[in-house]
Design a protein around this ligand. Structure first.
Ligand SMILES: NC(=O)c1ccc[n+]([C@@H]2O[C@H](COP(=O)([O-])OP(=O)(O)OC[C@H]3O[C@@H](n4cnc5c(N)ncnc54)[C@H](OP(=O)(O)O)[C@@H]3O)[C@@H](O)[C@H]2O)c1
Length: 199
């Protein structure tokens, strides 16, 4: 994906981009559906795969699992064979379970530090004190990544690992789960998105 939006003036009708930044749109996806995926998908991929090194059997914690980045992160982690724990609000439980989360913690009702332990990879999409508190539930040697440029934490340990602070992509209107390209595997064959309200 070309650097969006400034570097290539991506709101223009025609933009130049290095071929390496481009990929074919799956035939199964409309242009709108396909356009919903790259920024959230790359953010989640960078955090979990490139930096977090997620692998089969890992216990993965996705903060904000019902959000734009979070609901794609769940699917990527599942595609790698991880056990995924997500923290959406209660209203998003069905959506988050629908994209594959093994455990769902309603962050409005339960403090995740009381509910999970031994996390191999944690991905933060909410900021605040999530970084510092996530360290309490990581196993020794576990990885914490954040998509948030700045956290409230004053600890150098939790300020450093920002994985995707670039851009401020906009998630399409409506619930992210309504526009989710459902990644069924990591070989590049996402299932057709369950797209509603994207037209
Ligand atoms: N979207 C991107 O492509 C992208 C790329 C790079 C960086 N980022 C950054 O990543 C962050 C998230 O982006 P997004 O597009 O995923 O936002 P989003 O769609 O608004 O999702 C954020 C989610 O966080 C949840 N949440 C809020 N407080 C929470 C808490 N205390 N515990 C657990 N979950 C909580 C919300 O859940 P409820 O609605 O259920 O309350 C919401 O679903 C933003 O700061 C953004 O700047 C995003």
């Amino acid at each position: 994906m070309p650097l969006f939006p400034r570097a290539v003036s991506a709101y223009a009708e025609v933009v130049p981009a290095p071929a390496l930044h481009l990929a074919h749109k799956p035939a199964s996806h409309s242009h709108v559906e396909a356009a919903a995926l790259p920024v959230v998908g790359l953010t989640a991929w960078q955090g979990l795969v490139d930096l977090g090194g997620v692998s089969e059997g890992d216990r993965v914690l996705v903060h904000g699992g019902g959000g734009g980045v979070g609901h794609v992160a769940i699917q990527i982690a599942k595609a790698f064979g991880a056990h995924v724990i997500a923290t959406p609000s209660g209203s998003k439980r069905e959506c988050v379970e629908g994209v594959g989360a093994d455990e769902v913690i309603d962050y409005k009702a339960v403090d995740f530090t009381d509910a999970v332990r031994d996390i191999d990879v944690a991905l933060d999409t909410i900021g605040g004190d999530a970084a510092e508190r996530s360290l309490e539930v990581l196993r020794p040697g576990g990885h914490f990544m954040t998509a948030i440029a700045e956290t409230r934490s004053s600890s150098p340990r939790t300020r450093r690992p920002a994985c995707a602070s670039a851009a401020s992509p906009s998630t399409p209107a409506g619930s992210p789960c309504e526009v989710s390209p459902n990644l069924s595997n990591r070989a590049g064959s996402p299932r057709r998105p369950t797209s509603e309200g994207t037209g």
